[in-house]
Design a protein. Sequence first.
Lengths: 249, 599
Amino acid sequence: MKVLVCVKQTFDTEAKIELKDGKIADAGINLIINPYDEVAVEGGIQLKEKKVVDEVVVLSAGSDKAMDAIRTALAMGADRGILIKQDTGADEYARAIALAAAIKEENPDIILAGHVAADDGSSQVPTRIAEILGLPHINVITEIEVADGKATCTCEADGGTLVAEVVLPAVISSQVSWNEPRYPSMKGIMQAKKKPVTTADAAAADNKVTIIEFAMPPAKQAGIKVEDDPEVCAAKLADWMKNTVKIEV
Amino acid sequence: MADKFVSKRNLKFLLYEVFGVDELIEYEYFQDHSRETFDMIIDTAIKIGTDLMYPVFQEMDADPPQYMDGIVKTHPAVRTTMSEFGQGGWINANQSYEYGGQQIPTVIQNVLQFIFCAANYSLNAYPGLTRGAANLIVHFGSQEQKDQYLEKMFSGHWQGTMALTEPDAGSSLADIRTSAEDTGLGYYKIKGTKIFISAGDTDAVDNTIHMMLARIKGAPAGVKGISLFIVPKYRSNKNGESEFNDLTCAGIEHKLGYKGSPICQLAMGENGDCHGYLVGEPNKGLSYMFHMMNEKRVAVGIGAAAKATAAYYAALEYAQQRLQGRKVSEKDPLSAQIPIIEHADVKRMLLFQRAVCEGSLSLAIQAAKYLDLASVGEEAEKYDLMSDLLIPIVKTYPSEMGILSTSSAIQCLGGYGFCRDFPVEQYYRDIRIDTLHEGTTGIQAKDLLGRKVTMKGGKAYQLVIEEISITIGQAEVIPDLKEYAAKLTKALDVFKEVTDCLLELKQQGDLEKFEADAAIYLEMAGVLVVAWQWLMQAITAAKALTSGVSESDTNFYHGKLYTFKYYYKYELPKIEGLAAVLKNSDAITIKMNPELFLD
Ligand SMILES: Cc1cc2nc3c(=O)[nH]c(=O)nc-3n(C[C@H](O)[C@H](O)[C@H](O)COP(=O)(O)OP(=O)(O)OC[C@H]3O[C@@H](n4cnc5c(N)ncnc54)[C@H](O)[C@@H]3O)c2cc1C
Ligand SMILES: Cc1cc2nc3c(=O)[nH]c(=O)nc-3n(C[C@H](O)[C@H](O)[C@H](O)COP(=O)(O)OP(=O)(O)OC[C@H]3O[C@@H](n4cnc5c(N)ncnc54)[C@H](O)[C@@H]3O)c2cc1C
């Protein structure tokens, strides 16, 4: 059995994002594997360690820099990589078309991905891939059991969990609480460079969405401090909420 | 806590742009490496530092190891870190493939050390000491010893220590008294007391392996009668079962800083049943230890540079946010206060820290690269000699100046610098150890002046001076750096003059006087070689600026050049004052008899 994990390279979640001419100034910003996808990579590696699957393939669509994300996944323990060269400005639609084309060629049994990307947060790509390939999609999983050509997944559900069974092949996207991704080991890092990575151009698709502008969130306003006896404080605060900030109840 | 504790940009600048360490890949021993692997190793180390070590940096200080019922209880992070380092191969990364390592260069090993120490110095001590102890077994142990200990130590299941110091033998290791009696049964009976043994006991691991110096009964007095033993806390008996080895931790000290790792008092053989296993040949113990000394002393310098760097970033972050006061020219008392980073005096303090930290790190990387070239290069002797000469400086400059640098970080935070809400007071306490362990500054000074400057007919000294002159030559042809090249030339001349003056005292046989101000000489040597390191960085930055670079890189290189100029304006002139002290042969410190201190 083969598992394929989709990984996106994103800005380091710790990085300070600055805008220049309405665009994100990316010079000098550290790039990492989208933390949600990292969980999917770990999940794939664990399936291999449990001998449920024989091979873990990582797939990324992006610029040449995305090779670092693939190498990191290989250093964690994935077996080989595929880099689909695509403009970093591709939208979710174009991205999903490119990834789905590559996945079709690989014909994996399980397609893993993070349920969301830490940068644009649109949560579309795994669902779109499933749709394009005509496969079922299970989302936000926190556990997986694979047997007899089926996967039993525990997923987050509103206020609780649900357990779903799906016939493979399927697209399965991970919630962060699924596992704790490992750090690449020294040995893994040395082996990563020898593991095969193929590159290909993305299947052609035009964006359907155009980003018009980026803007930083407004700077935090100073808070207010109300000092008095508790009852007076409560009254003043209630008044402030109602008349100043105009919170509707 | 501050967001940042190391700068990846600066590490890459030093490694690749200044020192071209990717050249090491040309050597067969390092051929499996590439810049890609170096980068990934560094990125992963920063991630481990950020996720695992930095978050418990203050907690481990506030909640130090506790001695309870003969056992030292350490913070839970020690267990997770030892296990993570063991599984990830970070303890033996610099070993050869034969020992399960990845043959990473010493220079990369030191950069890892830098990252982990900046994240959490105390926590790094556990795997760091284990690495050092295991390294002794790799170099001098028998095959049986290697089979028995290395795997458990490299995997982080067993802690390693260096057990040298005793109540009457600190700087003077020749006076070690712990005894070893040959039983003829393949082990020695060890008896004695050790003090100040870092990580000498911890409940975070299953066993502790002490690399211990002891004197075999009947061995000659002094350094020639000291042997090295493996003395485990639990030994394995004939049936392969683990049994207590009559080695107890009798207590731990309460320290100023570096609190997350205990220093233990060890009692061996109280019941006459402590077994020690001789490593290598009898009476060679100190020379084995000294063989490892260079790497350990570079590691101390790196650790000091790391702590000072983390303090610098905390001060920098604070200075950008703290609003206080107004520009001198601003007369309106109702105008908004400005961030203190806009005050010249605060910038001066930040520049001082940056000059010390990045100068120290550069020097340590330089020495580590020499150690690599000494082990794989064609001119092994040359690099061996140069690293040998530099090591007392690599250990001392960051340690001594790092104290002042972290103190400056406190100053930048004003009253908050003195309080525990911010981490800088801890860095100030934590860095204070570095002038003491692995040989005090006084001992390093004697090593430099009394031994290294004159060894091999002064060859090491000459070689380093030649290297400095080569850098000066490179700077002379860059118009913006010409005046600085001249300044360094002058400083170098003063240094040579002072050295000649002192060596004359030696020739005259006045050894007391010759070494009396060795620490001042070491200080002077530090100011000089760090000026050399800054000139190298300035050459790289100046050249980079002439080829179109991005805006953030332009800022980075200009920042480098200003820090370099700061060093030449504020630090390098100290050479003159130190030279005046050293050339004055009044010998006040010799003439001041102990009774004159009585008042
Ligand atoms: C936190 C910590 C961790 C340590 N970890 C370890 C460890 O893991 N293993 C271990 O074996 N030891 C360890 N030590 C011990 C450390 O190596 C010694 O403290 C150090 O070598 C100094 O020895 P001492 O404390 O006996 O000082 P002393 O030797 O008594 O020195 C006191 C002062 O006298 C000066 N002095 C001494 N002799 C001379 C001389 N001949 N000429 C000029 N000046 C001299 C010294 O420079 C110093 O300023 C540790 C110590 C500390 C504080
Ligand atoms: C232990 C302790 C006891 C204290 N006791 C008292 C007390 O009893 N009563 C009391 O009122 N206060 C007390 N203080 C407060 C103390 O006086 C202040 O901490 C001190 O004046 C510095 O102010 P600050 O902490 O706000 O630092 P800041 O003013 O924020 O200074 C931070 C840094 O910026 C620099 N800086 C600030 N403004 C300028 C400028 N215009 N130009 C150049 N550099 C500038 C400072 O030199 C410093 O390096 C105490 C503080 C401590 C830590």
